[in-house]
Design a protein. Structure first.
Length: 369
């Protein structure tokens, strides 16, 4: 959390320029504690063998968390703590809400969607005032995740019983979801000089996404790397990985029969190789009805370009992704081609290939079976 107004305004302006609709709607807010919220942090007692600098860092962090909780508490049913250097599973929101809603016991205090520190911890907003009070009583003494554990100890542990009994009781208040929904990917801490290569072993890496694609012959001019073939990627068995493309290279999906296609999604790069994306790449389709190529025969023909070999150029990759619906008036489609328009310095990793058949096509297919 920052108290430097100039820096805060700079961050707010940057967020507003990137997400204007979300900021205007109130979905995204940028907040900053007033400087008066913090006590003098220059002469804290050193504890746990930590240096003065580390004690100051973790103490301020505890206050940052507490301020954020205080601000957010009246705004929703649940509060979840995340960091900016994590990646998430695609369905994390639905999974978290479903897991919270299905809890039969009303006694839980925190649902954990990551095993690391204070990442992915979900609380009922109604519980936050009591939790914040506890944090503010002991914010100078221990890190936030340790304070949370002590809070649970105070709630249910009996000093006259052993540690095993205590852990069993705390497990009713702190419920773990597996596999983890968040993975820590940052290495540099906000504490200067601290490097933390923390990884959640329960997080399942999502390296590619599968779709039930229609039958097609697939081909490419790209040089394939090892076993990461286009055939496997199209079937949803792996991702496609190839050496850096040059202008004129392509990836093509030639359907077994012309199909009415509702839309498509092509995503490149993944969590392990986020930079291996397609840039300067067009999406071309080959209509089954060649009369569309005649002048005036194209729907919204000002939008589409006809290539020399008879394809319609309908889309282009942006930041490694091409996704849109296809105008149904184009009719059945024989093939979809990804055409590389210029040389790229990076490899290509196609992590998602999804081609959605129109519902009318599905109905016709079932009727013929």
């Amino acid at each position: 959390a920052e108290v430097d107004i100039t820096h805060v305004r700079s961050i707010a302006d940057s967020v507003n320029s990137m997400f204007p609709k979300e900021v205007k709607s109130g979905l995204i807010e940028v907040i900053s504690p007033p400087a008066s919220f913090y006590p003098d942090l220059s002469n804290l007692k050193q504890t746990l063998g930590d240096t003065q600098e580390r004690v100051r860092w973790r103490t301020k962090q505890n206050l940052d968390y507490s301020f954020l909780m205080l601000y957010a508490q009246p705004k929703g049913t649940y509060y979840v703590q995340l960091e900016d250097d994590v990646i998430a599973r695609p369905t994390f929101f639905q999974s978290m809400k479903a897991f919270a809603d299905q809890q039969s016991s009303k006694d839980w205090i925190v649902l954990e969607f990551s095993q690391l520190g204070f990442i992915g911890k979900l609380f009922r907003s109604s519980h936050l005032p009591l939790i914040i009070d506890f944090f503010l009583m002991f914010y100078k003494d221990k890190p936030i995740d340790w304070l949370l554990d002590h809070f649970l100890w105070v709630k249910v542990c009996n000093p006259e019983k052993d540690a095993k009994h205590c852990e069993s009781e705390k497990a009713n208040l702190r419920i773990r979801y597996r596999p983890s929904l968040f993975q820590h990917v940052g290495t540099h801490s906000s504490l200067p000089g601290k490097v933390q290569n923390l990884k959640d072993k329960d997080f399942e890496k999502i390296l590619y996404r599968s779709h039930a694609n229609p039958a097609a012959d697939v081909s490419t001019t790209l040089k394939i790397y090892q076993e990461f073939t286009l055939e496997k990627a199209y079937k949803g068995e792996n991702y496609f990985w190839a050496f850096a493309p040059v202008a004129g290279d392509y990836i093509k999906f030639n359907f077994s029969k012309p199909l009415l296609i509702d839309g498509y999604v092509f995503k490149t790069g993944n969590s392990e190789h986020p930079g291996d994306k397609l840039f300067s790449t067009a999406v071309d389709i080959l209509p089954g009805d060649k009369s569309l190529m005649a002048k005036g025969g194209l729907p919204n023909d000002s939008k589409y370009q006809v290539t020399e070999d008879g394809y319609l150029r309908i889309d282009a990759f942006e930041n490694g992704v091409a996704e849109q619906s296809i105008d149904p008036s184009i009719g059945n489609i024989e093939a979809i081609r990804l055409s590389i328009l210029s040389e790229s310095p990076v490899w290509v990793l196609l992590s998602e290939i999804g081609i959605k058949i129109a519902k009318t096509e599905n109905i016709q297919t079932r009727e013929k079976q």
